[in-house]
Design a protein around this ligand. Structure first.
Ligand code: SF4
Ligand code: SF4
Length: 64
């Protein structure tokens, strides 16, 4: 099954905006890479708030 939330590491700057706004708290900044990672794909609400808020367009939400 395809991931619900995809983060493009080439676009993510690690700004943390999505981490702060995700209502399900499933986004985090990986201390090693300094980039956003998804901690629990299954809990995503698929509403795409993070996709809309990310300043670099690094997040893609897959409803299917
Ligand atoms: S808002 Fe976008 S650029 Fe910022 S940490 Fe999240 S995915 Fe990365
Ligand atoms: S779509 Fe909503 S629940 Fe899913 S990662 Fe983005 S902000 Fe969090």
């Amino acid at each position: 099954m395809e991931d619900k939330v995809k983060i493009d590491p080439d676009l993510c700057t690690g700004c943390g905006i999505c981490v702060a706004m995700c209502p399900k708290q499933i986004l985090d900044i990986d201390p090693k890479s300094g980039l956003c990672k998804v901690t629990d794909q299954d809990k995503c609400d698929l509403l795409g708030g993070c996709e809309y808020q990310c300043p670099t367009g690094a997040i893609t939400i897959n409803p299917s």
